[in-house]
Write a protein that binds this ligand. Structure first.
Ligand code: FE
Ligand code: FE
Ligand code: ZN
Length: 280
């Protein structure tokens, strides 16, 4: 069973997200743990979580992906910004224990002139301060487009972060199709080669989720602008090859395309199709 879904707004709670997911043919989804600007999170509503978990079980919604605010910078030069990122990550992971066994994805950060090596060290230090052996969430580093001084545009940088983390079994990677193509990994012309490279540098066993996005910019632009499926430079066929690839098809796939719910429903239908057949 393919797991495909999209990014949903968490403002009306978990049960509401579950219902929205089912209404568009999704069996996974992604949500922001709090306002993406990084403000204080609402306390979780345990009744809502309980209702969601029952609903999810009944409807076959499996693993879900929480996304940290994208404004966090765990490797900022500014101590206060870095501390804030650490506190937010820690608070999010505490809240994730209400939904054990899921994924928590974050953007590694931008080293803002300190150099990627320093950035890598700062990010790993933060993770070492936060991860605990008894937590039930896998923390994912997202592959980035390599915009500005972003850390994570190269597989080597993600591997170097994980290498420095003590509790490696808590760590994984989320591959974003728009970002890797933007970063210079040709998933259109050579998906096999990119997966081989990922396996060589990071290890495919670390790959836990995929963001399925088309891109507004040509190969290796380092811009990070998502496009609707089939309307950008990656194209529907290349994205279908990602979703149905034997090494990837067990993973959760989340769309982060510029769409409302009907657009997402149509993209989920499109991606489930392979050679004119709908793969469930
Ligand atoms: Fe992201
Ligand atoms: Fe993404
Ligand atoms: Zn992006």
């Amino acid at each position: 069973m393919l797991k495909i879904g999209c990014h949903l707004s968490s403002s009306k709670g978990f049960l509401h997200m579950g219902e929205e997911a089912v209404s568009i043919g999704a069996n996974t989804f992604q949500f922001f743990t709090r306002n993406p600007r990084g403000s204080k999170a609402k306390e979780l509503d345990e009744k809502d979580i309980k209702a969601y978990l029952d609903f999810a079980k009944e409807q076959g919604i499996g693993i879900v992906v929480a996304h940290a605010p994208y404004t966090l910078n765990a490797c900022s030069k500014d101590d206060r910004v870095r501390e804030f990122a650490g506190e937010t990550l820690q608070d999010d992971l505490r809240r994730m224990e209400y939904l054990p066994g899921n994924l928590y994805n974050f953007h590694p950060g931008s080293h803002v002139g300190q150099g990627s090596q320093k950035g890598i060290e700062l990010i790993a230090d933060q993770l070492n301060a936060i991860l605990t052996p008894d937590m039930h969430t896998t923390v994912l580093l997202e592959t980035m487009a390599g915009k500005g001084s972003e850390v994570g545009g190269r597989f080597e940088e993600l591997a170097a972060i994980i290498e420095r983390v003590e509790l490696k079994d808590k760590m994984g990677v989320c591959l974003d199709t728009c970002h890797v193509f933007d970063a210079g990994y040709d998933i259109v012309g050579d998906l096999e080669g990119v997966l081989k490279e990922f396996d060589r540098v990071i290890g495919l066993d670390r790959l836990r989720a995929v963001h399925v996005n088309d891109t507004k910019n040509p190969f290796c632009s380092h811009k990070d602008r998502h496009e609707k499926i089939g309307e950008g430079h990656i194209g529907l066929e290349a994205l279908r090859r990602v979703v149905h690839h034997p090494l990837l098809r067990e993973l959760p796939f989340c769309l982060e395309t510029p769409n409302e719910l009907p657009g997402y429903a149509a993209e989920i239908r499109l991606l489930r199709e392979q050679d004119g057949e709908t793969i469930r």
